[in-house]
Ligand binder design. Sequence first.
Ligand code: HAM
Length: 429
Amino acid sequence: MSKTEKIRGVRGMNDVLPADEAHWRRLEDVVAACMRGYGYQRIRTPIVEQTRLFVRGIGEVTDIVEKEMYSFTDSLNGEALTLRPECTAGVVRAAIEHNLTYDGPRRLWYTGPMFRHERPQKGRYRQFHQVGAEALGFGGPDADAEVILLCQRLWDDLGLPGVQLEINSLGQSQERHAHREALIAYLEANADQLDEDARRRLHSNPLRILDTKNPAMQALVEAAPKLIAFLGEESLAHFDRLQALLRAQNLPYRINPRLVRGLDYYNLTVFEWVVDGLTICGGGRYDPLVEMLGGRPTPACGFALGVERVIELMRRAEPQGAEASCDVYVVHQGAQAELAAFQAAERLRDTGLDVVMHCGGGSFKAQFRRADASGAFVAVVLGDDEIAAGEATLKWLRADDGQAADARQFRVPLGRLTEAIVERVRDEG
Ligand code: HAM
């Protein structure tokens, strides 16, 4: 007999299964509370944007734009579109389009799926999720410190120890330009030590060469001219003040002069949060971006964390992550009992209880197996006997609730069913 071929999900794009739901929901709850606590408002932008938004915003010679974007032509109108690889450009576009910073600065946050055509491996996916925050209209190092503190609070509230902060300053464009010239001259003088990737980037994006993972080039990049030596007074003052604010909050950090980030919109402060060599969150200041996208010059900073990477840490910290369960499971047999069961389930839901109604029939024995597996603390049982008597049987399912046998299973009049369950829930707190 021929078997129909199974259709699999797209490589690097994951299903989030119910077993992980507890972690996802906790992350979402902690994030929402934390964002509220810092005065951030939620924004939801489309998953699809015009391709040129990312080309202009993220930068033409970045890895993301060069080789990782899911871009396509809309077959109906020929528009060049892209699945968002990140959300900062989209948020800035929306802020410009809707004049969101007209009355002053804005704090915005978002969460949702992003898409990058990378080589899938643990912690690196083609569809992944980010939580991000963007503070638009704030020019000072106080805003940089605030977004960093917000991240620290997230790690604390999620119970994630050992997340380390790395910071750097990229200065302003003329400072980076002077550094870039010096860097190119240095790398050219040592051209024989460059790998193919570095040679390709020498004139297009030499800063990214400092980020190389190639062990053979580590000594070379270690001794390369440092951007910090090219920073002017104002940039240094910005960086110093940020550090003073972090120190005052007892927030440990490490200055990583090679931290350059993979997107072109940054200036001054950049930072990453790292656990065991894996970056779970990155961000910084991006003062040029609003103007680059056609808005009035508006300073800004923000960050985004990788949800899958954070969930993985949560899983490590608390492997089981309480599975979602219901309160009541309704077991029934017979046409009359089915009508009563629907009725009872709806009344119980009216009180706010989570109720799973058995569907698909089957023996009482099989139905009780489902009831036990559901995690419910009580089963409501309706059969011919019960219906004839105008009653329901309540069977309390947790053997560890310290009740005597006759308190674990008894009948109540149908009219008192909801009350009997609600009373016991209240008594047991
Ligand atoms: P990003 O560093 O490209 O920055 O991404 C932020 C985080 O998203 C990373 O630290 C990582 O945890 C997660 N991430 C990135 N790519 C993947 C992937 N392929 N699979 C799983 N997780 C991934 C941004 O996107 C900027 N928009 C951040 C920002 C906001 N800067 C200022 N405001």
